[in-house]
Design a protein around this ligand. Structure first.
Ligand code: C2E
Ligand code: MG
Ligand code: MG
Ligand code: MG
Length: 274
């Protein structure tokens, strides 16, 4: 006890910081070789048409299998962003997703939706990368959607809007992810030509009156800006019904499918869609 007190906040504090830094540095080094070691892979989660139940698109979600551990993207994407690795990883993701989608033969007109970090979006070479990936994969641009989280508008707004316009000029669609959780104001949305708004799962899964209000407001905004809406995190029939009744066009969540490997996606399609 005496020892603990004696080491006091200073000693323990430094040790914690040291361990955290060392851990971050180690993770950072391991992440740097993740692509070349083949440790990154994509899983695909179906997005369903709320009216017909047909497969509409799939969202590509990144996984890092490092030794025995599957590290979730919420952990390593922020690390990649902090340590200058997001461009390389993001390009790998875009390329992989487009190649996979270009080869899907199980369904016509299924789009792939790829998450794009603000670091990628604000990079001057992003549009060139997009052009290169589209031409090398052979994927039709209308079958690619890029998901951008709402919080990007807190950054360099003019640049973000210019990049989104350039993306759209290439025939690629844009979705605003995690809508309602970020900082965008209505006036910011006005200058933005998005195609889809993704209603965050926190509103979908929270049946309180407040989240109903936010969902209804989001539906009005989507209508006004001619965007379609995708409800994320649908786990129950009740949530599916609630969101469909409130006007969601598309639904995504464990009720339909968890994120699946490319191979399992085909199996899922054959089992559920035919
Ligand atoms: P997101 O883009 O909002 O993706 C949706 C997340 O919700 C995914 O988590 C998905 O697995 C999860 N999810 C889907 N349906 C349900 C459900 O019914 N219930 C619950 N509880 N969860 C559901 P995941 O795959 O762990 O990804 C987390 C976040 O990491 C993503 O959120 C996205 O922001 C980021 N991320 C994933 N892959 C990439 C990527 O390739 N690039 C970038 N920049 N970010 C990525
Ligand atoms: Mg997303
Ligand atoms: Mg989301
Ligand atoms: Mg998210």
């Amino acid at each position: 006890e005496q020892k603990r007190v004696q080491r006091g906040s200073v000693g323990v504090f430094n040790e914690d910081i040291y361990l955290a830094l060392r851990n971050e540095q180690l993770m950072c080094e391991h992440l740097r070789s993740a692509i070349s070691n083949g440790e990154l892979f994509l899983v695909y989660q179906p997005i369903i048409n709320a009216q017909s139940g047909a497969l509409y698109a799939v969202e590509a979600l990144l996984r890092w299998q490092h030794e025995d551990t599957l590290i979730p993207p919420d952990v390593f994407i922020p690390l990649a962003e902090r340590t200058g690795q997001m461009q390389d990883i993001g390009t790998w993701v875009l390329h992989r997703a487009c190649i996979d989608a270009a080869q899907w033969q199980f369904a016509e007109n299924v789009s792939v939706s790829v998450n794009v970090s603000v670091i990628q979006l604000l990079d001057d070479s992003f549009i060139e990368t997009l052009e290169r990936v589209l031409s090398s994969s052979g994927l039709a641009p209308e079958h690619l959607h890029l998901e951008i989280t709402e919080s990007v508008f807190a950054r360099n707004k003019e640049k973000v809007v210019a990049q989104i316009n350039a993306i759209k000029r290439h025939g690629v669609s844009v979705s605003i992810d995690d809508f309602g959780t970020g900082y965008s104001s209505l006036s910011q949305l006005q200058s933005l030509q998005c195609d889809y708004i993704k209603i965050d799962r926190s509103f979908v899964q929270n049946p309180e009156e407040g989240s109903d209000t936010i969902i209804r407001a989001t539906m009005l905004i989507a209508q006004e800006f001619h965007c379609r809406t995708i409800a994320e995190g649908i786990e129950t029939e009740a949530q599916a019904t609630r969101l469909t009744d409130m006007g969601a066009d598309l639904l995504q969540g464990y009720l339909y499918a968890k994120p699946l490997t490319n191979e399992h996606l085909l199996r899922w399609y054959n089992n559920t869609q035919q």
